[in-house]
Write a protein that binds this ligand. Sequence first.
Ligand code: GDP
Ligand code: IMO
Ligand code: MG
Length: 430
Amino acid sequence: MKAEVLLGLQWGDEGKGKIVDVLTPHYDIIARFQGGPNAGHTLEFNGIKHVLHTIPSGIFHDTTTNVIGNGVVIDPVILKREIDALRTLHVDVTRRLLVSRRAHLILPTHSLLDKASEAAKGKEKIGSTLKGIGPTYMDKTGRNGLRVGDIDAPDFKVKYDKLVAKHRELLRFLDADTDPTELEKAWFEGIETLRQLTRIDSEQYINDALIAGKRVLAEGAQGSMLDIDFGTYPFVTSSNTMCAGACTGLGIAPSRIGGVIGIFKAYCTRVGSGPFPTELLDDDGEKMRQVGREFGSTTGRPRRCGWLDLPALNYAILINGVTELMMMKADVLSPFDTIRVCTHYRINGELTNRLPYDICTAEIEPVYVDLPGWNDDLTGITSPDAMPAALLDYIHFIEKETGVPVSVVSVGPDRTQTLLRKPIGETVGA
Ligand code: GDP
Ligand code: IMO
Ligand code: MG
C-alpha cells in the first residue's frame, strides 16, 4: 500500500483539519509529519467546533489510529491541554493516539527564546506564533534537542537542565527574561501526561502498516508558501511543510507515497509578516475577513486576505507533485459580483507566471483576470450538481490553469458542507 499526503498549498489555514476529518473514515492511520502547536486545525461537526494543535485531525473517529510523527515538535503543556479538552468530549485519546519517540520536545525556554528573537528583530519580525517552533528546530538541527524517547532515560532531568542552562545564556545575550521556573511546573506535568501515552518507533509502525495493506494519510501543517526551503524565506516556519516533509517526518520512502492532496482556499490568506502579492488592503479584503471569519485559530490574529494567486499555487503544486486539489471556503466569495484571479506577476515591466527568488523585495504587481461571481448562498448545497454555473466555471478555470482536478469543494466549516465531485475511494482513500 502507498501512503497519501494531504497538505496546504498556500500560507496555512487552508482548511486541512476539516478535510482530514472528512477523509478519516477511509483511512486506518492519520499521521502528522511536521510543525507543532503553531498549527491550529479546526473541525466542526454536530454543533461542536474543535481546534487541534498537535494531535492529528482523525482523533474524533473511533476506528482510526492517530500518530504524531518524528518530524513534529511537541510542547507537553499544549499537548496535555489538548488531551484534557478531548477527554471532556469523551474521546479516548490514550487508545487512539501514538507518539514517535523521535519527535522533539519544545521546552519552556524555547518559547522564551522565540519571543526574545522576535523582539530583537523589531520591525523585521517574522510574526511567529511564539510557540517556540524556530528555536526547537534549531536545537534539533544543532543536535542539542531533547526527544520524546529521552523522557524514559534516567538522566532526563540532567539533560533538561543542561539545555536550559544553555538557553539561559542565550536569553541573557538577548537581554530577555531568562527564568523558566514559573512555566516548568506545567511543563513537567505535561511530561507525565506524555508518559501515559504509547510511545513508538513510528517509522517502523507506519511502514509495517503499509506493508500489511493499511491505508495511511499523512497530515501536513502550515502551507507550502511557509516551507523553510521553498516558502517566502525568511518569512516562513522552520520545517519542510511540503510533501518531502512527509518522507523525513514519518520515515516513509518517496516510492511509498501515492496520491498528494493539495488543499487551497478559493482565495488567499496569510498571518504574520512577509510578502503576499495579491493582498487586499481595501474593503474587499475586509469583506473576506469578516465573511470568512479569518482570524487565527492559534493566535486569534486577523488574517491578511487577498485574491487567489495562481503563480504561487502552481509553484506549490509543482514542488509537491499534487495529484488532486480540494478547494475550500467557496462560500466566502458569494458576496462578490466579480472574482479576481492573479495569473501573472508584473516585475520591472516584465510578465511572469513564476515565483521570483526575491519575492520579499521585488515590486510585484499582480495581473488579474476577472471572472463573474455567483452571488448565491452556497452553504446549504448538498450536491455538486447544485453548484451555480459561475462557481463551476471558476473551478474549470482553476483546473485548466493548474492541470489538476478539483475533487472536493467546501462550502462551509461543517463536516457536512463538503461537496464531493468524485466519491472518496475512487482516487484517494482507496
Ligand atoms: P487549517 O489550519 O488548514 O486546518 O485551517 P484552520 O482551521 O486554521 O482555518 C480554516 C478555517 O476555515 C476554520 O475556521 C474552519 O472551520 C473554516 N472552514 C473550513 N472550510 C470552510 C469552508 O468551506 N467555508 C467556511 N466558511 N469556513 C471553512
Ligand atoms: P496551520 O497548520 C498559518 C506562520 C506564522 C508566522 C510564520 C512562522 O494552522 O495552517 P512559527 O510560529 O511557525 O515560527 O511562525 O508561520 N504560521 C502559520 N500560519 N497557519 C499555520 O498553521 C501556521 N503556523 C505558522 O504566523 O508568520
Ligand atoms: Mg490553521
